[in-house]
Write a protein that binds this ligand. Structure first.
Ligand code: FDA
Length: 463
């Protein structure tokens, strides 16, 4: 270690530091968002081989997987397949969904299928194919537990030290968080083998004690709730399924073309530069494009199922509308659920085998990872257009957010819709700052580089 730097206490064992061990980017999490970034980096490095970007990614799962607990048979994507990892940024990329189909020998069959919406199984296979192919340094099975600023003698922070659960420390000028969302658990719920969030649904189902009561409760009225209702009804042919929600009924997802523009890459510019109140108003008005809504085809299928049961008189599917759960209690053989109806004011007790909480997600909190570097405000209201987090000090590099920026960048913040463009924009921002640093004379720490051809990554041209 040179005496110009003082590493944080947790990061005191640092071989060859700096600048040889300093990466341009450390990516935390390797879901679709940082996978898209790794591809953008590979494509940049191929084009600019004299100024490669050095990156490493950490992923806590043992291998690449995309919401494996919800890979339900037949469930389809909620976005059109060209919103893949690359196409909006670079339509000629070899990592497109079309390239994947071609590589698997299914291109013609897929086109004959005449759909924009592949199954989640197929899209996850595409993502795994891309993750297996990309020339990226990915450390699977490795959880990042902390990020600290590394300061020079003057107190200026020029690097980040990224710590893993195993105690490894790596240094980078930029950190890109792609850590996904956190399951939202209602206050009344205690998570257990019989009471679980839908995110790990298939795994919980496999571990659940054998059903005794032949009854499930599913809480929520969004896409995941409807999918779980249909799955349980189909796969437990003797069981009742009670869907409890506070709406009157499922609402269809609005994917009509004008409303769908809320997901456009250019909308991020418009929303980010709009006054906070206007942005909030528009996001609230168009919640129905994404939140607490269900694919209309799925609504029709579930309704048809319920109607058939009404005809036959053999009821197993129950919609408990305008209702809420007021209490749950686990017993030796099941879980007792109290349901209160807001319409007639009556309370019902349902003895069930399991309660599935399809109650949505919230952005993953930043403080556990970033400590003092995390902004105090939640939700975040001051994130740069380039997804750079304002940090408390004058830090040269940046912490960039893939996800959790809905209040500043719009509904696409945690979705796939804008993944390709966002990855390019973040890489472009990192490269631009790297070039600026070089020009600004931070010679010792500047890691190669020159300002890239901005047309490769610029937002408006790339669209
Ligand atoms: P994602 O959650 O996928 O990945 C984050 C990764 O970070 C995880 O692999 C996690 O293990 C890892 N990680 C977290 N903390 C870490 C740490 N400290 N150290 C190391 N690794 C860490 N969106 C859409 O646009 N269209 C769609 O059809 C769907 N469908 C859909 C279905 C289901 C069932 C869900 C739950 C969600 C969707 N989504 C969606 C939304 C979803 O957020 C989106 O598809 C992507 O998963 C977002 O990708 P990210 O990489 O941002 O997060």
């Amino acid at each position: 270690m040179t005496d110009r730097y003082s590493a944080p206490s947790e990061a005191s064992e640092v071989p060859d530091f700096p600048p040889d061990n300093v990466l341009d980017i450390v990516g935390i999490g390797f879901g679709p968002a940082n996978l898209a970034l790794s591809i953008a980096i590979e494509e940049h490095n191929a084009a600019e081989s004299d100024a490669p970007v050095r990156a490493r990614f950490f992923e806590k799962q043992p291998s690449f997987s995309w919401h494996p607990g919800m890979l339900l048979e037949g469930a389809t994507m909620q976005i059109a397949f060209p919103k893949d990892l690359v196409t909006f940024r670079n339509p000629t990329s070899s990592y497109s969904f079309f390239s994947y189909l071609h590589a698997c020998g299914r291109l013609v069959d897929f086109v004959n299928h005449q759909t924009f919406f592949p199954t989640r199984h197929e899209f996850q296979d595409y993502l795994q194919w891309a993750a297996g192919r990309v020339d990226a340094d990915v450390r699977y099975g490795t959880e990042v537990t902390g990020v600290d600023a590394v300061r020079d003698g003057t107190g200026k922070a020029e690097l980040f030290a990224v710590r893993t659960a195993e105690g490894e420390v790596v240094y980078a000028r930029n950190v890109v968080l792609g850590i996904g969302l956190r399951a939202r658990i209602p206050e009344w719920a205690n998570e257990s083998a019989r009471c679980f969030h839908n995110h790990q649904f298939l795994f919980h189902l496999a571990e659940m004690p054998a059903p005794v009561h032949q009854r499930f409760v599913v809480v929520g009225a969004g896409q995941s709730a409807a999918e779980v209702v249909q799955y349980l009804h189909r796969n437990y042919p003797d069981a009742e399924v009670h869907n409890v929600f506070n709406r009157f009924g499922y609402s269809p997802a609005d994917d009509s073309p004008y409303a769908n523009r809320i997901f456009d890459p250019s909308t991020v510019d418009e929303l980010h530069s709009a006054p906070h109140e206007e942005r909030a108003r528009l996001l609230e008005l168009h919640r129905g494009t994404n939140y607490s809504v269900v694919d209309p085809d799925l609504i029709a299928e579930i309704y048809a199922t319920e109607y058939r049961e009404r005809v036959s008189g053999k009821r197993r599917l129950f919609m408990r509308r305008a209702s809420e759960i007021t209490g749950v209690e686990e017993t030796a053989t099941g879980i007792e659920v109290q349901v209160h109806s807001g319409l007639d004011g009556l309370d019902h007790t349902l003895m069930c085998d399991a309660v599935v909480l399809a109650t949505g997600f919230t952005p993953a909190p930043l403080t556990p990872l970033l400590g003092d570097l995390a902004p105090a405000e939640t939700p975040l209201r001051d994130v740069g257009r380039d997804y750079r987090l304002p940090t408390p000090d004058d830090i040269d590099g940046g912490i960039y957010l893939q996800g959790g920026t809905e209040k500043t960048h719009g509904i696409t913040a945690s979705l796939l819709s804008n993944t390709a463009i966002r990855a390019g924009e973040i890489l472009g921002a990192v490269l631009e700052r790297r070039g600026a640093n070089l020009a600004g004379g931070h010679g010792e720490l500047s890691l190669l580089g020159r300002i890239p051809d901005q047309h490769t990554y610029a937002t408006s041209e790339a669209r």
